[in-house]
Design a protein around this ligand. Sequence first.
Ligand SMILES: [Zn+2]
Length: 657
Amino acid sequence: MFPHNRDKSPGFGPVDNSKSSHVCWKTMEFKSASFNEGFWARRITVNREISLRYAFEMLEKSGNFDNLRIAAGLIKGNYRGYPFQDSDIYKWLEAMAWELGREPDKELLSMANWAITLIAAAQRPDGYINSYVQTREFPEPWMDLTNGHELYCAGHLFQAGIAFQRALGDDHLLNIACRFADHICSTFGLDKRHGTCGHPEVEMALVELYRLTGEPRYLDLAKFFIDQRGQNTMKGHRAYGSEYHQDHVPVRQVVKAAGHAVRQLYLASGVTDLYLETGEQPLFDAMLRLSNDIIETKLYITGGLGSRFDGEAFGDPYELPPDQCYCETCAAIASLMWNWRMLLVSGEGRYADLMEQALYNNILASPALDGKHYFYINPLMLRDAKYLRFSTELPSKEHLIPDQRPEWHDCACCPPNVMRLFSSLTHYLATRDAHGIQIHHFAPADIRCDLTSGQSIKLSLMTDYPWQGQVKLRIVETGNSQWALSLRIPEWSQHPSLSINGNMLRDLNLEKGYLVLERSWQAGDIIDLELGMEPMLIASNPRVDATRGCLAIQRGPIIYCLEDRDQEINGRLLDVEIDKHHPLLPRWEGDLLDGVMVIDAEGQFVDSEAWRGSLYRPVTVPVQGIPCPTHLVAIPYYAWGNRGIGGMRVWIPEKTL
Ligand SMILES: [Zn+2]
């Protein structure tokens, strides 16, 4: 089986669609883009310097490494944790690969190599690896595909192996991954064993493994696993039925988002990856139906997904409660990954808008500013900090009034998922095609790439995004031929304007959400884009009954919230109302929360005394209370809970009297 026909070309990022046939735009090589000083550079430094090292300690403390030591026969003991503990290590390793590929670090490299050696020691001679199964008294693989997560863990192993090959040219982990993938290929298939994993993830990883190695059997296996869904091969969840695993309907017949949100969105990523390679239209039609259902009825304003604790699941249409929501960090990350693939297929800016919404709000709210604490669940409202569920498990008694995000979780899927996303974030900035470059996200960065026509381009982006809407681009290098620079104009940008070398463009015609500037560019050309970042009040569809009559504050991509501690009177967030006729005023606070733009607003506290002792009253009996006018201060939602966890709300009732 070895050696594989490996692609030795310069390494790509998490998705390489350079040879995919059904694409609008192509991803760039991983080192094509690099961040300069700014919002993301700071967060990625925290991720690299603090989070990755801290995770290494946590993986040791939580038993993840011991599980592999036991599987390898290096120590004796009992397996600890959930069946999918291995995947935490693989996600962390993927993050390590992207970081080490960007810049060497001896300490991180030795941690990574040590972990890879341990994984190699635990792998069975036949290629199988899963410490949960291998540490059992009777270690029989594939006994419980529905709940076992063996293929889910395999998918994360493949992605980590791919990252080491692409970022560092190191195929040690990739060889381990391919040996396992080949073992799975020899086990599952139409003329072999049937079935698929209860938790999708392996599908997109297998497509990527195919892209890297050129081995068609990995693509065939991805298709096989996708086709197995909806064929009644699973038991169905005892409480939530077959929807929980997206096994209630064949993928091509999907009409709505259902079941466990992370599973649904990882599956959608794999299906879209399969479409990128095969062009099978019914697959993409199903993804469009799924996407429309989410956008129109099941998406939180923060980019969060999953309204229900029960089953960590999508709810009914318009069931979007702000307080009792789930909005798992991993679901928003999976949504970003899926929307990236939808963007690559379609060239529609709305998918980049969805990525941005998830990134700057739900995803960014997960890590604390210190890089050592993470939210798993991301509610849009916390009443009095008397009770906050951090995870699927109930908090222990002493955590009923928490003062910080937890340092780790029993089910620690989210922290290393944030780490691998942040460490590979430059991958998502821009794409290319034969005609030019498309800029999807705005950050201070240098971008260098060759167009698929062969022309070499270098660009420099300067911006104070997400705090200011000005983006300056400088053409640093260009060939002689004409090419197109496409800039996404976010949906929230009401009155964008643009000038080239100081000359204002009169008509800004957008193509699928992008401004396309095609010309013979010269080195030194300057493009000034002004997106406009006026604060806005946002209302929800009246069918979202939980937030009817409420407004949310948005400025640029950032959704805001009120934290109790910032208000004139504490403990009264339940009584607050916002005056929509008073202007919203942004104000820079450089020393607050690592530097944030706060928003000043005006409103009032309704007189709760007038209701004391009663929950209900006939509307014919007038309320006697006198409201108390108040100044309101809103902070970016992502930064909440960094000064102790207290009352918070994104949706604010509109002042009525
Ligand atoms: Zn998670």
